[in-house]
Design a protein around this ligand. Structure first.
Ligand code: SLL
Length: 143
């Protein structure tokens, strides 16, 4: 019987946010960082080719492509919104994966909040690659 070969990669994605001093001519109240990271401290770039973050259309430009680590976007803003995070892999024949995350700025039951009201909103996920081809395995097993 053919052995089933499954490779798991654990990731963390989400955002941090903190209050910034507001300048009179800007509506921005917070600086936030939206990111995808390895949950196991493995270099994600071994198998992640690029991450495309799609922000709320009020951010110009709303689409941010990051093709090297850290896979993140740092911005200033005033509101919470749902972002899309598209992960593309090496080799490019591998199907991309799209995650959604609500960028949170304000303390709530969805965030971990520090004394200074800075927040963290994170999710964990596992990317599962079943029976990777040799060309894929080369990237997935890279160290
Ligand atoms: C909504 N929650 O769903 C609102 C949208 C958009 C946040 C919030 C823009 C920053 C900038 C910003 O913070 N947008 O204009 O530079 O309709």
């Amino acid at each position: 019987m053919a052995e089933k070969n499954v490779v798991h990669k654990r990731i963390v994605y989400g955002n941090t946010a903190h209050i910034i001093e507001r300048s009179p001519d800007s509506p921005h109240t917070h600086e936030w960082k939206l990111y995808v990271q390895s949950a196991t401290n493995e270099p994600l770039e071994n198998f992640v080719k690029k991450v495309t973050f799609t922000l709320h259309p009020s951010f110009k430009p709303p689409t941010r492509v990051v093709d090297k680590p850290p896979f993140q976007v740092v911005e200033n803003g005033w509101g919470e919104f749902e972002a899309q995070i598209k992960i593309q892999f090496h080799p490019t024949t591998l199907k991309s994966m799209t995650l959604r995350h609500i960028v949170r700025l304000f303390p709530s039951d969805k965030t971990i909040t520090a004394d200074d009201n800075s927040v963290v909103a994170e999710s964990f996920d596992e990317l599962v690659f079943s029976n990777p081809s040799d060309s894929m395995a080369k990237y997935l097993n890279k160290e």
